[in-house]
Design a protein around this ligand. Structure first.
Ligand code: C5P
Length: 226
């Protein structure tokens, strides 16, 4: 039977947070941000190993104690210039079997819940293509011009916000990322091969911490879950 692995690209610098410290290491509810998603991934009985892709010159990882997370964690110091390149480099370094499943999860989504993770795996483990956690867009969508004036209201029917984890067979993902190196998520690479990944309904609590104001919300959510 195919094994299931997780890979967390964490080689970005998080420039939109306006901080010197890379976003994944910013303190969030008493831990570096990446810690929270790693706890959830490492606790899943379905997941074999959790790879963390770090920048080759990462100066922070080794200064933290990761031992409370158990022995599933494996850092790989092979991050690239983009998220897609970091995932591709990690995939190559991890040396997995083509049919193994890989769940790629952003370090900047600390509020992933055990339930969301289990639902994704349950929905996709027998799927031919794989898929992603996502939420249907609830707000009305506006297209803006350079002066932040509304040019048009977009149709939101059938529009979803992509989240992570994104779950694909390692062989397919490797092939996809080699062909489409400029994508912002893994599903886009798989789509570019002509496949149609499945959307598995998640909730907005699994949001990406991008701007300074997101930190407070993430801390509130993590505090409530304790
Ligand atoms: O910048 P953004 O929030 O889109 O990054 C998404 C994820 O990709 C983060 O976990 C970030 O650390 C990672 N990343 C990476 N290598 C890069 C750029 C981003 O691993 N060169």
């Amino acid at each position: 039977m195919s094994k299931i692995f997780a890979l967390v690209p964490a080689a970005g610098c998080g420039s939109r947070m306006g901080s010197e410290l890379p976003k994944q290491y910013m303190l969030l509810a008493g831990h570096p941000m990446i810690y929270h998603a790693l706890v959830t991934l490492c606790a899943s009985p379905e997941i074999d190993t959790v790879f963390v892709v770090l920048s080759p010159d990462d100066a922070y990882w080794l200064s933290y104690d990761w031992s409370p997370l158990g022995d599933k964690l494996q850092p790989l110091f092979c991050g690239g210039a983009t998220r897609a390149e970091s995932v591709l480099n990690g995939l190559i370094a991890a040396e997995l079997e083509r049919d193994d499943w890989l769940l790629v999860h952003d370090a900047a989504r600390p509020c992933l819940s055990h339930k969301q993770l289990a639902r994704l795996i349950e929905a996709l483990r027998d799927d031919d293509v794989g898929g992603i956690l996502a939420v249907p867009v609830a707000d009305t969508l506006k297209r803006a011009d350079a002066e932040c004036r509304i040019v048009q209201t977009e149709d939101r029917e059938g529009v979803w916000q992509a989240q992570t984890p994104q779950m694909f067979r390692t062989g397919l993902l490797l092939q996809a990322l080699q062909i489409a190196p400029n994508v912002t998520d893994d599903a886009s690479a798989v789509e570019s091969l002509g496949f149609h990944p499945k959307l598995v309904t998640s909730s907005s609590s699994n949001f990406k911490v991008t701007y300074p104001q997101d930190v407070e919300l993430a801390e509130l959510l993590l505090g409530v879950r304790k």
